[in-house]
Design a protein around this ligand. Sequence first.
Ligand SMILES: Nc1ncnc2c1ncn2[C@@H]1O[C@H](COP(=O)(O)OP(=O)(O)OP(=O)(O)O)[C@@H](O)[C@H]1O
Ligand SMILES: [Mg+2]
Length: 419
Amino acid sequence: MTVGVLCAVHGSAESIIVQAVERTGGRLSVTRRCADLTELLAAAEAGLGRLAVVSGDLDLLDREAVELLHRAGVRVVGVGDVTRPWLGERLSALGADLVVMEPQDEDAGGSVVREALAILDAVGTPAVQEPNDVPVGRAAAGLVVAVWGPTGAPGRTTVAVNVAAELAAAGRRTLLVDADTYGGCVAQVVGMLDEAPGLAAAARAAGQGGLDLVALARLTPQISPDLRVLSGISRADRWPELPSSSLDAVWTVARSLCEWTVIDCGFNLEQDELLSYDTRAPRRNGATLSALEAADVVLVVGSGDPVGIQRLVRGLGELTDLGLGGTRMVLVNRVRASAAGSRPGEAVQQALARYAGVTDAHLVPDDRPSLDAALLEARTLREVAPGSPARRAIAGIAARIDALLSQSLDVARVRAEVV
Ligand SMILES: Nc1ncnc2c1ncn2[C@@H]1O[C@H](COP(=O)(O)OP(=O)(O)OP(=O)(O)O)[C@@H](O)[C@H]1O
Ligand SMILES: [Mg+2]
């Protein structure tokens, strides 16, 4: 069967590639010569080709565009340029399946096409690739914990901030990220005074293929010895600046920068593209979904009152339906007798066991004085109320989470020894 090729290449290389394609004896055929990215994406979505050959400096080409091509089932061959070696690196970082140098003659054109055919022949290779811009020099060994919970302010931010602070205090290099596209406030909660460029800037750099360890380190101020922060968007209407395709790459680099990345997520799991027919429209909940997909462990936070528990039960169901949160820990926050009866801990555990099959929920007591003190001083519980009930409970949960890292390091060590 002839495979359609979409060609969006500048200059003399275009005709060299087109001619080489036409010499493949019908295996490949150029179905569209595209003047710009818009035309290329439209042709891909119309199903006109399974292979796109694209100049590295094509206007507006970014990670999202490459992901859209992948989602349309199109492999991407990026054409670099010997005089601009960084173009090739950029193409790899954007997620191109193959990067070739601009062919100058018929022979070179032929070898570009042979390499392209080889990637098409790689049976079983998924079109959607993992982000491949892991910086060299350090393995991407860190783990990601996404802190999620249903609507109703159950305490996601409180838990994310304080779990991150505990992990850092235990000597783990930790990155705290605000990925809540509805009401992110991590920077304010931890007392970061300057307006940091934050996650939007990291996403922009990743989208352009320019996010590496150094760039991410620059964007993440250190607020205590082992704790870095990637602040969120300052206004909720800036959510389109956080496309999931770019965030996927941010998490990959974060794993290399830190042992733990703790992400404060928005509450909403709706997949907006199901609501609109425009699959290219940015998704407001893309940031949350991207974090949950990347997470090694999802910390699900619910509120310890009847409404909060009901929302938590529903939220756990939603996560399961979406295939998210394979490894999850359930945390019920603000557990108190005034909202859950005389033995609130038991009541909460029983309700969760009965309605969600959860028998190992972690409980954090309602502790208004300590939380208010932390908010007032814009510091963490371990700083302002180290002996408080809420801090002790959260520190215990952080230790459980950290044990996962030790386990994963053990597994990695055993694997390395076996190899
Ligand atoms: N264990 C606790 N005891 C008392 N108050 C708490 C506790 N945990 C959180 N709070 C308070 O509850 C409020 C909401 O917490 P938080 O901002 O962490 O929730 P959230 O789930 O991130 O909400 P949002 O939907 O606004 O992002 C805050 O005022 C916080 O101080
Ligand atoms: Mg919050």
